[in-house]
Every structure is written in C-alpha cells, then in structure tokens.
Write a protein that binds this ligand. Structure first.
Ligand code: PLP
Length: 389
C-alpha cells in the first residue's frame, strides 16, 4: 500500500504486533471451543480466562468475573442499556422506567435509547456545555424519581472531551439509578477505575486500543443483574450466548495489557504531538478554533473548526496527499448531516460543516505531524482562495 499518514485513530487503528502474534495459534492448531471439555477446549478456555484477567487488571484490578466478552463496542452498549432496562422491567412489571443518556453519545447508545423509547421507556437527554462536558448540574436537571439508568460516555469520539465520570456516577446513585459509561474511546488511552469511580456498567471495543475488530467487552459490577439480549447456549454465564471469539479475545486481552503498560508515557507523548499540530496550524491560520481545548481531552484528539472551508473538502484534499483525517461534520460515513455532537455543544451549523477531526496514535511521529500541519495549511489556503468552502 502507498505510504499514508494515518491520523484517524478514533475510527480504528493498527493492532499491536504482539497481540497479532498472540492470536495466530488460535486460528489453527489451538482451535478449541472453550465451552467443551476436551483438551483443545480446555486450552482455549484457559487462554480466554487469561485475557479476562488482563482486561480486569487494566481496569484498576476489578474481579475478572465482572468482564463479559461481546462482539463489539456497539453490542456492549446495547447489552448494557437494553439488558438493564429489561431486567428492571421483568423484576417489577408495570413500573414506569426512565433513562438518561448524553446528547453527545455515540449512535450505539443513542439508537438503543430510541429503540427503548419505542418500547415505552421514557428517555431524557443530558445537555453538554460548549466544551462537550456534561456537568453534574446538567445531569441533575435530567434526572427523575423513576430514572433507573444513566448512560454518559467516558470520552467523546468527535471532540475527545473526557466526562467527570465519578461525579456523574455519584449523581446517578443519589437518584437510585445505575451508571453506564461507553468507554470505547477511552479504555486503553487514559486510566479508568470502575471501583474508584463507582461505575456500574462499562463498554469497550478491542479495535480502539490496538486489538482486533469484532470483539469487545462489558464490565458489569458484581451483583448487578442484566437480562441477556442474545439467547442461545448460555456462554458468558448466561449473559451473552454465542461461541466465544477466542483469537479475538486473546488479541484484545494482550492489547489491553500492552496499552495499560505504556499508557502514561504514550499519553504524554501523543498529547505533546497533538499540541504541536494545533500550534503549527493556528500559527498560520489564526482563525481556526480548537474545540474542547480548555477541558480534559483524550491525548490524541484534535477537533478543528476552520472558517471558510468545509471539513469534507479538507478531508478529500488531504486524502489526495495520502493523509487520512476525518470530517467532524458527519456522524456516520456518507451522512452529510452536521455532527449531533458539535450541534449539541452549540456550534452554529456552518461551523459544524467546517470542522475536521484529527486523531493521533501510538505510532504517530513528529515528522508526520509537521507534514500534516504543512499540508493542512496549504490545502485550506488553496480552498479559501478558490472560494470552494
Ligand atoms: N462507542 C463509541 C464512543 C465509539 O467511538 C464507537 C466506534 O467508533 C462505538 C461505540 C462502537 O464500537 P464498535 O465499532 O466496536 O461497535
């Protein structure tokens, strides 16, 4: 493949080579189904449990039994929201059920909430401030006496804003609701400790931290009851049926271990490169705004609003130069609606369309950042001069 500079790590990224190596035998000679009792099955089971321990350790040493393997981050979000609401409804039929989700959630949460709404669940949406932060006050304003669940993402995929999760969990608990967080963008990049932060449910996805695609996990606090959303053989202690994706789980476990081991060093280095990119760009294009700059952000995230151009055009021009970034204007690829995240933060429609997202990864170098800044300045200048927007 032609050399590209890849700065779209929030979408997905390369795997840790060690995690690939760890997976490989499980496609061939170590093929057992971990539900069985024969030797290959036991071998697979042992490796699955080892991966569970690695993930539990990366989450502030929660008990390994609190980790349930799933097929992706989306499934983990669905399982948390639908699973908890259905558990409440079957325990207390007829009880009015209300949930609160953040306005800036990923569609994996928002669409699940909408589906529950169609099934009679009342849903409120907690509003973020101009930096994308959902404050405890904003959450309180959305809470009701019948709120059973709150879902606020740990860190946002568009702007990188990190939420005050421990405080939001405390508000939820004060109202008797459980607290779920979609940590798909955060896990493996910043420290997370469900015990210390009092998180009840947490979703994550392998491919966002150097593991494989098509595998995720759900943390479920000990003692919390969820109804399954998949019915079948009862694997994963009856919460998630389906033959386990052993290679994927092994790769994800190893990626969790490796990410945790170098997290502090990586976060400092990556945030330094991200800040350099923003300095270089704003030095030459002083009217560029950096979204969520003054609040805690993921180390690799940069969301830039560039007046006079459209994010889509910038992304296309950069792509022609072999540079991958993404437009902050689209919430899903091919969707030209302004991002619901930027809209919820109060950006005017024009600014939403003029936004790009640049997300760095562990392999990003200073040379790449300098080249990207230069290319971005040139392409924006060109687009502005052509008045193409
Ligand atoms: N939640 C967030 C915040 C995400 O960024 C993503 C993917 O981009 C998902 C959920 C979905 O994860 P997956 O791709 O594993 O289904």
């Amino acid at each position: 493949m032609e050399k590209t500079i890849y700065l779209d790590h929030a979408a997905t990224g390369p795997m840790w080579p060690e995690a690939v190596d760890a997976m490989l035998p499980f496609f061939t000679e170590r093929f057992g189904n971990p539900s069985g009792i024969c030797k290959p099955a036991q071998d697979a089971r042992k490796s699955v449990e080892e991966a569970r321990r690695k993930i539990a350790q990366a989450l502030g040493s929660v008990p390994p039994e609190t980790i349930y393997f799933t097929g992706c981050g989306t499934e983990s979000d669905n399982a948390a929201l639908t699973g908890y609401v259905n558990a409440v409804r079957s325990a207390e039929p007829g009880k009015p059920v209300h949930i609160v989700v953040g306005m800036t959630e990923h569609p994996a949460v928002l669409e699940t909430a909408r589906s529950l709404e169609k099934q009679g669940v009342a849903v409120s949406y907690a509003k973020p401030d101009a930096d994308g932060v959902i404050t405890p006050e904003s959450l309180k304003a959305a809470m009701r006496p019948d709120t059973v669940l709150v879902s606020i993402m740990y860190a946002n995929n568009v702007v990188g804003t990190v939420q005050p999760v421990a405080e939001l969990a405390a508000v939820s608990h004060a109202y008797g609701a459980v607290f779920h967080t979609d940590a798909v963008q955060a896990f493996g990049h910043i420290p997370i400790d469900p015990g210390a932060e009092d998180i009840d449910l947490l979703s994550a996805s392998g491919h966002k931290f150097g593991g494989p695609k098509g595998v995720g996990f759900l943390y479920v606090r000990e003692g919390l009851k969820l109804a399954p959303i998949l019915y079948g053989g009862g694997q994963e202690r009856h919460l998630r049926s389906g033959t386990l994706n052993v290679p994927g789980i092994v790769g994800m476990g190893e990626a969790a271990r490796l990410s945790a081991a170098c997290m502090d060093e990586a976060a400092v280095r990556i945030a330094g490169l991200r800040d350099l990119l923003e300095q270089l760009v704003t030095a030459k294009l002083p009217d560029v705004t950096i979204n969520s700059k003054t609040v805690r952000r993921l180390p690799g995230h940069s969301s830039l609003t560039i007046p006079g151009v459209t994010g889509e055009n910038v992304v296309l021009m950069m792509n022609l130069r072999g540079i991958c970034i993404s437009a902050g204007s689209a919430c899903t690829s091919g969707d030209l609606k302004p991002s619901h995240v930027l809209t919820a933060m109060g950006l005017p429609e024009k600014a939403c369309y003029a936004t790009v997202r640049i997300t760095l990864g562990a392999q990003t170098t200073r040379e790449e950042i300098e080249a990207v800044a230069q290319a971005l300045i040139e392409e924006v200048t060109k687009l502005r001069s052509m008045n193409l927007g």
